[in-house]
Ligand binder design. Structure first.
Ligand code: ADE
Ligand code: ZN
Length: 348
């Protein structure tokens, strides 16, 4: 009997990861700025960075935890000023992931970071939208936008930014909360989430990245979110896990982010495979690819190698990414069919 070698199976998994259509549902636009782009835009806008070279930027991309990372990430946002800046970073990310068979993206954008510098949402959005249109024309990729509020700025600020953003309703599919998690539990944001749901926005919340399982529970019970970003710590509450399984509430997992921010010690300890086997609706995402050492395919590849994922596991993760998305059913079905066709061709 022919026994396929481990190497040949590994190569097949790698090839399948590269080719399989995927959606990326957890990516912060500013987390995709490559060091080279950061330096180039800073120079164009005559902004003094504390780095003198791309190598120095790369060296600075090491973090002890989420707070430490967010400080460096915030420094990076200071280079962005103009519509062209937002256009270029969005296009660079979308072009990059198009080469990884990513067909659809749901991207976090942020208006609050720019309010103090009086960079208007109109400027941010017009650059981003132009890039999405150009990327779509070139590669067919689609991209929805999720407006993320920074938890540490508080609920009142989130509501104010949301009310001002209502005029861009056509351009924004949903809202979310991100940044500093601990100390800012989900219930603080009940009012803005209710207002958003009433206006027909979809909703997500970062929860259980650093914070406890109760933040995941609060996000689904009080904020009534459609999706949880991260959700790792839900594993501490088995009743909650059962609820997430029963209600098929998606968790957008970001394995390389969890390692970079020391929320998980080693990839071998990551609970992604366990969650998949339990029937949780988990997907693989990059979070902040230029900071955490990889885009979506590098995340798939890392967990495939460390957790010994099979082609059928990868298929399920890719399917979950579309099932968890905010795409209309007809588009989900189209992508699911292309995944099925590819899978059947590969295992023949
Ligand atoms: N903003 C950008 N990346 C983030 C992360 N990993 N967690 C919370 N907020 C973020
Ligand atoms: Zn995130």
């Amino acid at each position: 009997m022919y026994i396929e070698s481990n190497l040949s199976i590994k190569n097949k998994v790698t090839e399948f990861i590269q080719k399989v259509p995927k959606a990326e549902l957890h990516i912060h636009l500013e987390g995709s700025i490559e060091p080279e782009t950061l330096m180039r835009i800073a120079e164009r806008n005559k902004i003094n960075l504390k780095y003198n070279s791309v190598e120095e930027v790369k060296k600075a991309y090491r973090f002890d935890d989420l707070k430490d990372f967010l400080n460096i990430y915030n420094q990076g946002t200071k280079i962005l000023r103009t519509e062209l800046d937002f256009y270029e970073i969005t296009l660079e990310y979308l072009n990059k992931v198009s080469t990884q068979s990513v067909k659809h993206v749901e991207m976090f954008i942020d208006f609050q970071t720019y309010e103090k510098r009086d960079i208007k949402p109109e400027i941010i959005l017009s650059g981003i939208k132009a890039a999405i249109a150009d990327a779509n024309k070139k590669t067919g990729i689609t991209c929805y936008l999720i407006l993320a509020f920074l938890r540490q700025l508080g609920a009142e600020a989130a509501l104010k930014t949301f009310m001002n953003a209502l005029k861009f309703k056509e351009d924004i599919i949903g809202i979310g909360i991100a940044a500093t998690e601990i100390g800012y539990p989900p219930e603080l944001f009940a009012e803005v989430f209710e207002a958003a749901r009433n206006e027909g926005f979809r909703t997500t919340a970062h929860a259980g990245e650093e914070g406890p399982a109760s933040y995941v529970k609060g996000s689904i019970d009080i904020l009534k979110v459609d999706r949880i970003d991260h959700g790792n710590k839900a594993m501490d509450d088995l009743e909650l896990i059962q609820e997430l399984i029963d209600r098929q509430i998606p968790l957008t997992l970001c394995p390389l982010s969890n390692i970079a921010l020391k929320n998980v010690a080693k990839l071998k300890d990551h609970t992604l495979k366990k969650k998949l086997d339990l029937g949780l609706l988990v997907s693989v995402n990059s979070d902040d690819p230029s900071y955490f050492g990889g885009y979506v395919n590098e995340n798939y590849q890392a967990v495939a190698s460390e957790l010994q994922l099979s082609i059928s596991d990868i298929r399920k993760l890719a399917e979950n990414s579309f099932v968890s998305s905010f795409l209309p059913d007809i588009e989900k079905e189209f992508h699911l069919k292309t995944i099925k066709d590819l899978y059947e061709e590969v295992i023949k």
